[in-house]
Ligand binder design. Structure first.
Ligand code: NCD
Length: 314
């Protein structure tokens, strides 16, 4: 049996890998035809398990639907209500699930590195759906796909990422992914949430919201209340954060595109008038999530099938 391939971190990918996955997503995408992707036989008879130890709506729903659209069998396990409640370790849970011989396990966990443990303990291809504040590679890929659809290019594109970068696995993965495809990134927010150490990732940094003016895309992050409020005083109050860094219509130029990974705190980091405007790509991000996660499962589990053939079947 060949070793299974995994998607654990954007750091494991090269530009070629990213381009291949985006191309597969394009071949699968039915959005241009006004429809979601058709069901394909690619993974018939194979099992995809989603194993979520943290809350999720978009990521878990889109992985499950993506696996179903590729005709896989799916099984979704949430830590609440499973034997995790009874103290079973991640390793024992994975060894149990491995007995069903899954082709892939999609895992979200609050601890950095948990997906690597799953990869070592099961014979399945493992996809990291978010580990603590570390990585969320499929979110970065769906964001690249969304940007490519909107602009048709990456080179020279300027993306401002605004808000709680410190706690954001989305930001960490996206910064690396944008770097791979040649876009420029500026991080904007309070110095407590956009620390100087992040400059090591090769981005500009500003504590002034006016720094978003020159960006083509303003990518707004969720204020991670569960991680912020539990710890040190990163911001004096959410109200003060909104007054200085909230993304409002007044702070944007016409035509600037706005993105947010969800879930949004409307009225905190993002004004509802922006979230619902024609320049918001938020709904497109959710649609991209389905095709890109289909593309990732396809890439890991059926790498020999060419995209041209997918297009014909679709
Ligand atoms: C993100 C996550 O869970 O990392 N949400 C998502 O996957 N769409 C972002 C967040 O929780 O802020």
């Amino acid at each position: 049996m060949p070793e299974p391939r995994h998607l654990l971190s954007i750091a494991d990918l090269g530009r070629d890998d990213v381009e291949r996955i985006l191309e597969t997503a394009r071949a699968l995408d039915g959005v241009d035809r006004g429809e979601l992707p058709a069901k394909l036989p690619t993974l018939a008879g194979r099992l995809v398990i989603t194993l979520f130890y943290e809350s999720s709506t978009r990521t878990s729903a889109s992985f499950e639907l993506a696996a179903k659209r590729l005709s896989a069998e799916t099984m979704s396990i949430r830590s609440a209500g499973s034997s995790v409640d009874k103290g079973e370790s991640l390793k024992d849970t994975v060894l149990t699930l491995a007995a069903y011989e899954p082709a892939a396990i999609v895992v979200r966990h609050p601890h950095v590195g948990a997906p690597w443990l799953v990869a070592r303990s099961s014979g399945a291809a493992v996809v990291n759906a978010g580990d603590g504040t570390h990585q969320h590679p499929t979110q970065a890929l769906l964001d690249l796909y969304t940007i490519q659809r909107a602009f048709g290019r990456f080179d020279g594109l300027h993306v401002a990422i605004v808000g709680d970068v410190l706690h954001s696995r989305v930001a960490r993965s996206l910064i690396q992914a944008l770097g791979l495809v040649g876009a420029d990134v500026t991080l904007v927010g309070p110095p407590t949430l956009v620390p100087r150490s992040l400059e090591a990732l090769g981005c500009e940094r500003s504590s002034e919201i006016s720094a978003i003016e020159s960006a083509d895309v303003v990518y707004v992050l969720r204020m991670q209340r569960e991680r912020i409020l539990a710890g040190a005083n990163y911001v004096p109050s959410l109200r003060e954060y909104t007054a200085r860094w909230g993304v409002t219509p007044e702070r944007l130029r016409p035509g600037q595109k706005v993105m947010h990974p969800g879930p949004m705190n409307r009225g905190v980091e993002l004004d509802s008038r922006v979230a619902d405007s024609k320049d918001s790509l938020v709904v497109q991000q959710v649609r991209s999530g389905l095709v890109v996660r289909m593309a990732v499962l396809h890439d890991l589990l059926a790498p020999g099938v060419r995209t041209g053939e997918i297009a014909v079947v679709a």
